[in-house]
Design a protein around this ligand. Structure first.
Ligand code: API
Length: 339
């Protein structure tokens, strides 16, 4: 008797509202097409997700095969890395306790992930765990060479473009109210109806993720100086100046999402560059940022990433990594009926 090939097992999980379908494929046997990814991610006729993560191994190393909701391939996904490692732990693929680390592989290179205790301001009572990811160095791809217009936000904004290594354009808005007023499509920007499309001049050839940030004057409670930093658990500098950002994001290949990990890293680096350029005393420039996105809160640490060369010009260190810390939350195991 002929047997149907076993269907791959799938799960749904999110990292601060950036939601993913995980497909177990340890042997890398599945032929995952762009069309399959797009069908799974369709919120009406599929499961609905911002992206698909195929859980596989390459030469004995766990590899995050990440795809955007439209089926396109991205180099990296910061929230995805946390969700990926959390899934490996829950499935028993790895044995990893708080205080331990795992190095995984992605198209953007290897990433070391520490399992840490959730900080006091995290809302992760269930697991009590956060993940802190070494996201590698940020690369400056352009400063003031791209203008951005967003529907609902008056004016034209000069972008700070940063590769993490996926491409990001960060613009700074003046207030939380302005940020709330932005109208963003829920599909890839190029596919959106013209009246709600964000405009990039010049248009980025391989697309771009857009981050809109607002710097808040005050730290959120209770994440003030009296709280232990999630960063200090791994040698982060006690007394590092901290800042607070609000952010919304328009993801390449997806549309507006509730969170973007690589985008938060790009935003933190851009905010540190802006604070350095505004002439703040070096030790008052925040290098650790609490970032509130619509789907929750993450922390980005970029100590030593923004440097000044001998002529006083701001540049990014090619060797110093950016760290992203945040939660990972399982949602469901999926049994497909159709698709
Ligand atoms: N749409 C992005 C990839 C998703 C990254 C994001 N979800 C994250 O958490 O880093 C891109 O095409 O570059």
């Amino acid at each position: 008797m002929e047997h149907e090939p076993a269907r791959p097992r799938m799960w749904k999980a999110h990292g601060t509202g950036n939601h993913f379908i995980l497909i177990d494929d340890p042997e890398g046997a599945l032929d995952l097409t762009a069309q399959m990814v797009a069908r799974l991610c369709d919120v009406r006729t599929g499961i609905g997700a911002d992206g698909v993560i195929r859980v596989m191994q390459r030469e004995g190393v766990w590899f995050m095969d990440y795809r955007n909701a439209d089926g396109s391939i991205a180099e990296m996904c910061g929230n995805g890395v946390r969700v990926f490692v959390d899934h490996l732990r829950r499935r028993g693929f790895v044995d990893l306790q708080v205080g331990e680390s795992l190095t995984i592989d992605t198209r953007g290179g290897t990433r070391k992930v520490d399992v840490i205790s959730a900080p006091a301001f995290g809302d992760d009572a269930e697991s009590g765990v956060w993940y802190r990811v070494n996201m590698g160095p940020a690369v400056l791809s352009g400063l003031g060479d791209m203008n951005v217009q967003v529907v609902g936000v008056p004016g034209t904004f000069s972008a700070t473009r940063i590769a993490m290594p996926n491409p990001h354009a960060v613009i700074v808005l003046d207030s939380a109210e302005t940020l709330r007023g932005a109208i963003l499509p829920t599909v890839d920007n190029d596919e959106a109806p013209a009246p709600i499309r964000a405009t990039y001049t010049p248009a980025p050839e391989a697309g771009v993720n857009l981050e809109m940030i607002v710097r808040e004057a005050n730290m959120p409670e209770p994440a003030d100086a009296s709280q232990p930093s999630v960063l200090s658990q791994d040698g982060g500098e006690a007394g590092t100046a901290r800042g607070h950002l609000l952010m919304r994001v328009l993801e390449r290949g997806v549309g507006e999402t509730a969170s973007c990990g690589t985008g938060c890293c790009a935003a933190a680096v851009a905010a540190t560059m802006a604070a350095s350029a505004s002439g703040d005393e070096a030790d008052a420039v925040p290098t650790s940022w609490v970032i509130d996105i619509p789907g929750g809160r993450v922390v980005v640490d970029c100590e030593g990433v923004v440097e000044r060369d001998a002529d006083g010009h701001i540049r990014l260190s090619p060797d110093t990594p950016v760290y992203l810390s945040g939660p990972a939350t399982p949602v469901a195991e999926i049994i497909l009926s159709a698709l």
